[in-house]
Design a protein around this ligand. Structure first.
Ligand code: FMN
Length: 346
């Protein structure tokens, strides 16, 4: 009942919100949501933004928030209220860094895409892990948190493994899974790490960190949509042989955006990724039985269902939430639940 009201309100206010700079709106809503949480605390967990009044029947986590939206774990305690069942914080680097110069985030509303060249702006692993330690006890049971790790901009690729291990270390006993991100187009040279030769020491170093923890967690690698065919198969087979637990497909599509006559390099997400990301999922599923998290261009319930039917264990959204509005995750959940329940009743 709430969903139509929230989605109608969103359709009315969206044109006004979209008049403002994308990163300004992101920071303003982060500030508002944090203030709201500070005032109302745990009570916020009982609010369902655009969700059903009665609790939906419990299901395993399927719908998550993709990396890059809540880099610093600021939205975390409120995400279950929006209908998310898991989230991925980060990308987290060992040391804090401010990212690329602004402007660095743009919307193309007519074709429901986003363009970003953020460059891993984040508060650094230690501070983000401390924040996670504070809020973790307030999260509902079953809500999962993953951490997406990367290297600092000024770390040479030869030393990358040390950075990945250092970014992961503070998250001992705090996260449910970890993701090695070598696919962001916004850190110069990062994508060069998408080879087995470069990935082996990074995977090894990250596995050693996890081995030293009391509780083991799965380790995934997030890949770019440009990796396909033989390169994808080589990476999947090679990483599987090193004990990797799964893959996240895909990151943004590298490209350019013209702003005030200047061509900026960065990554595209949203509708332009729908087909490619689905294709990568299908290819990967034909190559592995490991966990696959599908992300990229999931803009509707139909897209979400398509991904699960194509073999995704879970899905993540970013652009779809921006365009679909606050109730988007609840909409995906109810459409997925209806489809999965009706299929299991057949
Ligand atoms: C502004 C922005 C920042 C992002 N930052 C990260 C990041 O730090 N790490 C990462 O792995 N992916 C990052 N992503 C990529 C998303 O996690 C996701 O893979 C991509 O946007 C495709 O999903 P979508 O089409 O639903 O947006 C970012 C995406 C956007 C739009």
């Amino acid at each position: 009942m709430f969903t139509p009201i929230v989605s109608m309100t969103w359709k009315l206010v969206r044109p006004l919100i979209f008049l403002c700079d994308s990163e300004f709106i992101h920071n303003l809503s982060t500030f508002l949501i944090r203030s709201f949480y500070q005032v109302f605390g745990r009570a916020i967990l009982r609010i369902k933004v655009g969700g059903p009044i009665t609790a939906p029947h419990p299901s395993t986590p399927i719908i998550g928030l993709a990396a890059g939206f809540d880099k610093n774990a600021e939205w975390l305690p409120t995400l279950p209220s929006f209908g998310f069942q898991f989230t991925e914080i980060g990308t987290v680097t060992p040391r804090p860094q401010s990212g690329n110069d602004k402007p660095r985030l743009f919307r193309e509303v007519s074709n429901q895409t986003l363009f970003n060249r953020m460059g891993f702006n984040n508060l650094g692993a230690t501070m983000i892990a401390e924040r996670l330690r504070d809020v973790k006890p307030t999260l509902p049971q079953g809500f999962e948190v993953g951490v997406n790790i990367g290297k600092n901009k000024n770390t040479r690729n030869d030393d990358a493994a040390l950075d990945y291990a250092a970014a992961l270390s503070p998250f001992a006993e705090l996260v449910d899974y970890a993701v090695i991100n070598v696919s962001s187009p916004n850190t110069v040279g990062l994508r060069d790490l998408q080879t087995l030769e470069s990935l082996f020491p990074i995977v090894q170093a990250s596995q050693n960190v996890i081995l030293s923890w009391k509780k083991s967690i799965p380790l995934y690698v997030k890949l770019a949509p440009e990796v396909s065919g033989e390169s994808l198969s080589d990476l999947i087979q090679g990483l599987e042989s090193k004990g990797i637990d799964g893959f996240i497909l895909t990151n943004t599509l590298a490209g350019q955006y013209t702003h005030e006559g200047q061509a900026l390099s960065g990554g595209w997400s949203g509708s332009c990724l729908t087909e490619t990301s689905l294709e990568r999922l299908k290819q990967a599923r034909s190559m592995t039985k490991k966990t696959l998290i599908s992300v990229g261009g999931i803009m509707s319930g139909a897209h979400a269902i398509e991904r699960i039917q194509a073999g995704a264990d879970r899905i993540q959204v970013y652009s779809g939430w921006i365009y679909g509005g606050p109730s988007f995750p609840w909409q995906l959940r109810s459409q997925l639940d209806n489809t999965l329940v009706s299929q299991s009743n057949r």
